[in-house]
Design a protein around this ligand. Structure first.
Ligand code: ADP
Ligand code: MG
Length: 327
C-alpha cells in the first residue's frame, strides 16, 4: 500500500500548491466559514490549514487518512462523478505518504478534539486527545522528506509560495462567503473577510487582483437566454506586469478552457486589442444540465452541450460591454 500511495501521490501531490488545493477543498466541503493557512518556506517545510467546518468524529480520523476513504459518496450519481475524477478519497492518504501529516479535529458540538499522525505512511495507530476548537486542522510538514527525487523538482521557496498563493486566490474569488487568511513565514499575506454584498465582493477582488485592477475594471452583469455572465473585466489598455490575471468560473468552478479563452480574446481583439493580455474575473452561470465540468480532474476544461451558443454569448456580452466604454 505504501508504494501505491506514493504512486497516487504523484498525481495529486506535485508541489505545496497542490497540497494546499486539496486541503482547502476539504475545508470548503466541510462548510468552513473561515480558513487560516500558515505557510513556512513556500509550504515545503510547513503547510497548516485550519478551518471551522463540521469536523471529523474521533472514530473516523484514521479512516480519513486511509485510501479510498471518502465520506462524500452518497449516491450512485455521486459515485459516477467520483470515478470519473479518478483519485477521489485519496488526497489525505497520498499527502501523508510523502510528508509528515497531523490531522486534528473536533466535531461540531463534541466534548473533545482528537488527533492522528502519519509519517510517510507509517501511521501512528493511536488517536490522541487534543486541544482544538470546532473544526479541523491539517498540518503537513517536510513535503517529500522521504522521496528525494521528487523533492528535487521543487523550485525556489518564492516560486512555490506564488503557486500556493494563486491556489488560495482562485478559490477565494469563488467563495466570497468564506474568510481566507494566509500567512507566510510569520507574515500576513492575505486577509480576506467574508464578503456578502457587492461592495465587499469588489473589495475582495481588489485584495486578490490588486487595487489597480479594480480601479479601471468594468463591472459586468448580463443575463440572456438563461445564461448569466457577471464580474469585472479590465480595460483593453490595462496591463499587468507579471502574471496573467485571468479568472473564469463556470458555476463556481475554475475553468481554463479553449472555447472560453477564444471568446474572450476575440472580443478584446475586435474592440481595441493592443497585444496585451486581457485581465478579468468572470463568472458564467449556466444550467448545470447543459455543461460537464468534470472532463478532467486537473485540466479545468469544460464541455458545453451548446458550445456555439455559449461562445456567442460570451463574445457578444464582452464585445458590447467593452465597445460601450471604448475611449
Ligand atoms: P475526499 O475529499 O475525496 O473525500 P480526502 O482524502 O481529501 O478525500 O479526505 C478524506 C476524508 O476526510 C473526507 O471525505 C472527509 O470525510 C474527511 N476530511 C478531510 N478534511 C476534512 C476537513 N477539513 N473537515 C472535515 N472533514 C475532512
Ligand atoms: Mg478531498
Amino acid at each position: 500500500p505504501r508504494l501505491a500511495n506514493q504512486i497516487a501521490a504523484g498525481e495529486v501531490v506535485e508541489r505545496p500548491a497542490s497540497v494546499a488545493k486539496e486541503l482547502l477543498e476539504n475545508s470548503l466541503d466541510a462548510g468552513a466559514r473561515r480558513i487560516d493557512i500558515e505557510v513556512e518556506q513556500g509550504g515545503i517545510k510547513l503547510l497548516r490549514v485550519r478551518d471551522d467546518g463540521a469536523g471529523i468524529e474521533a472514530d473516523d480520523l484514521p479512516l480519513a487518512l486511509a485510501r479510498h476513504a471518502t465520506s462524500k459518496i452518497r449516491e450512485l450519481e455521486d459515485l459516477e462523478r467520483v470515478l470519473s475524477l479518478g483519485f477521489r478519497g485519496e488526497a489525505l492518504a497520498s499527502i501523508s505518504s510523502v510528508a509528515r501529516l497531523t490531522l486534528t479535529s473536533r466535531r461540531r458540538g463534541a466534548a473533545q478534539a482528537w488527533q492522528v499522525e502519519a509519517e510517510g505512511r507509517d501511521m501512528l495507530p493511536s488517536v490522541q486527545p487534543a486541544a482544538h476548537p470546532d473544526g479541523t486542522t491539517v498540518e503537513v510538514r517536510d513535503l517529500f522528506f522521504n522521496t528525494p527525487a521528487r523533492r528535487k523538482f521543487l523550485r525556489a521557496e518564492k516560486t512555490e509560495f506564488d503557486h500556493l498563493q494563486e491556489v488560495v486566490k482562485r478559490l477565494a474569488l469563488t467563495h466570497f462567503e468564506v474568510g481566507f487568511h494566509l500567512r507566510h513565514n510569520g507574515k500576513g499575506v492575505l486577509g480576506l473577510h467574508p464578503a456578502g454584498d457587492q461592495h465587499s465582493q469588489a473589495r475582495r477582488v481588489a485584495s486578490v487582483c490588486g487595487p489597480a485592477f479594480l480601479e479601471q475594471a468594468l463591472p459586468l452583469d448580463i443575463e440572456r437566454g438563461g445564461l448569466r455572465l457577471w464580474g469585472w473585466v479590465g480595460m483593453p489598455t490595462f496591463s499587468r506586469s507579471q502574471a496573467d490575471l485571468q479568472y473564469f468560473y463556470v458555476n463556481g468552478r475554475t475553468v481554463r478552457d479553449k472555447l472560453v479563452a477564444h471568446a474572450v480574446r476575440q472580443a478584446y481583439r475586435d474592440v481595441l486589442y493592443n497585444g496585451r493580455h486581457p485581465a478579468f474575473v468572470l463568472f458564467l452561470e449556466i444550467d448545470p444540465a447543459t455543461v460537464d465540468v468534470n472532463v478532467h480532474p486537473t485540466k479545468h476544461e469544460v464541455r458545453f452541450r451548446d458550445s456555439r451558443m455559449v461562445h456567442d454569448f460570451l463574445y457578444g456580452s464582452l464585445y458590447r460591454a467593452l465597445a460601450d466604454v471604448r475611449p
